[in-house]
Design a binder for this molecule. Structure first.
Ligand code: AHR
Length: 501
């Protein structure tokens, strides 16, 4: 029997809402015509953005949204995306070599800020460090953030429709500079980063939060070398807020996400669980140069990466993939892990929002669906800003060569405004798991709301033809110390329990 003991008197900290962040790149069908359909479209829209998506996204309280890349950021010229839309240039997208699609720049800074306002998310801009200059990025910051009518760029912003500043705080400087962002060495990347932030100092930037490009996956040597070089500069702390890491869980090349088998399911869950070591090992390397933890660890791209062409557009939208309970359970275990290590992860951005990798939405023309991954973010939203509660788990484990043993039950808990949010996932595809629930303090009692995400057929997808095939089922449950909860195979559960004063 699996056991879960909640220890309310021990917590590693508060769960930064930004752990529930998102990512939207100008790639394939994320914007055109996923998020953006245009104001003149026959599809219901709010200022050009797909209304069904805006309404749905708002419901999960997205705290932060990263834009415009990804790799795309490293060829992006922000000036292409301002001014009258009809006069904006058409450019060759970073991803043109893969899908031959051009960038129309119909969504630029003002449109993106509008989207953020519509859904209540804070913007996180990814700035180009590879093919532009520090002055150009400094100008973008000035354009976005300087007070109304204060400078020529602030006046230009006003002339383009937004007199008041956008106050964009989060600025990533560079993206994947070890790869598509210029094939740099860690030392070269740190020097470039320092060159940029040194120029930004002249803005008097107290409220800016710069994010330096960190490693790919578990490459701890990159982190160590990057941090060492960064630390060597007298300006290293100038508004430096964090270092990013990207980690994708890749399924096998020939795997079709709409036909799940146990071996592939296990492989994905084992790989996803590596995120724990990735966080802990990078933080340990960062600690060597930043023992006071002034620099935060940010996972600004994470998610499942299945082979291309399995989504509804059948390959037209680059990297678009179908989503099943495999993706949902993987997201659930990852978010539990982030909650439980909220002391070392400050922000995370799931890749990507729509029509791409591990998406929350699939859309095209008049069609729109919420994927199982969306429902996980809905089930977990109560954790945002909650105080993490130590979840002491004794779980059945599965073994696989080359991986650490995998606990079949994943759990995390938090308290906000005296309400407990407990989220659980059963990583076992073949059988249900029973969990005995108790607390050190003996305070578990009362009527809880329960939401269960599960489908008898794990290969089921929410499709344009059957958009509600996988939906959470809601019920209530009387909670008591020592009670047993049954998690069906391959399922995600959220329990919300008001605690006695
Ligand atoms: O999310 C797709 C791509 O994956 C991003 O553009 C890049 O940063 C990463 O390699």
């Amino acid at each position: 029997m699996n056991k879960l003991v909640l220890d309310f008197s021990h917590s590693v900290g508060t769960i930064n809402p930004n752990i529930y962040g998102h990512f939207s790149e100008h790639i394939g069908g994320v914007f055109y015509d996923g998020l953006w359909v245009g104001e003149d479209s026959g599809i219901e829209n709010v200022h050009g953005f797909r209304k069904s998506l805006v309404d749905s996204f708002k419901k999960i309280a997205p705290p932060v949204l990263r834009w415009p890349g990804g790799c795309f950021a490293e060829i992006y010229d922000w000036r292409d995306g301002i001014g009258p839309r009809s006069q904006r240039p058409t450019r060759v997208n970073w991803w043109y070599y893969r899908d031959h699609r051009l960038e129309s720049n119909q969504v630029g800074t003002h449109e993106f800020m509008d989207l953020c306002r519509l859904v209540g998310a804070e913007p996180y801009f990814a700035a180009n460090m590879t093919t532009t200059t520090p002055l150009h990025i400094r100008d973008w910051i000035e354009y976005c953030n300087f007070p109304a009518n204060s400078t020529t760029l602030a006046k230009e912003r006003g002339a383009n429709g937004d007199t008041e500043p956008f106050n964009v705080r989060y600025w990533g400087i560079g993206n994947e500079n070890w790869g598509g962002g210029g094939q740099m060495t860690p030392e070269g990347c740190a020097r470039e980063y320092l060159r940029y932030i040194t120029i930004m100092r002249s803005l008097g930037t107290a409220n800016l939060k710069f994010i330096m490009c960190g490693p790919d996956g578990h490459n701890v040597s990159w982190t160590r070398r990057l941090m060492q070089e960064w630390r060597s500069s007298p300006y290293h702390l100038t508004d430096t807020y964090g270092m990013s890491v990207h980690y994708y869980t890749r399924s096998s090349k020939d795997y079709d996400p709409a036909h799940i088998d146990e071996a592939e399911w296990d492989l994905v869950q084992f790989k996803a669980a590596k995120m724990k070591r990735i966080l802990e090992d990078h933080r340990a390397a960062m600690d060597e140069f930043d023992p006071d933890r002034k620099i935060k660890l940010i996972v600004d791209e994470w998610g499942i990466w299945h082979r291309d062409g399995t989504g509804p557009s059948k390959g037209y939208n680059l990297f678009e993939q179908q989503s099943t309970m495999m993706d949902a359970v993987m997201a659930a275990q990852t978010l539990n892990l982030f909650n439980n290590r909220c002391d070392i992860v400050d922000m995370a951005n799931v890749a990507q929002l729509c029509n791409n990798l591990h998406s929350l939405y699939l859309a095209g023309g008049e069609h729109f669906v919420e994927t199982p991954n969306y429902h996980v973010f809905d089930l977990y939203k109560g954790h945002q800003g909650g105080r993490q509660v130590n979840a002491l788990l004794t779980s059945e484990v599965k073994e696989k060569e080359g991986f650490a043993p995998l606990e079949m039950v994943s759990a995390s808990a938090s308290v906000k405004e005296n309400v407990l949010t407990l989220t659980l996932a059963n990583l076992d595809i073949s059988k249900s798991q029973r969990v005995k629930l108790s607390s050190v303090e003996g305070i578990l009692q009362g009527e809880a709301k329960v939401r269960l995400l599960h489908h008898e057929n794990v290969s089921t997808c929410n499709t344009f033809e059957d958009p509600f095939a996988i939906m959470p089922r809601d019920c209530t449950m009387t909670v008591a110390e020592g009670m047993e909860i049954t998690l069906p195979a391959a399922s995600v559960m959220a329990i919300t329990l008001p605690l006695a004063e």
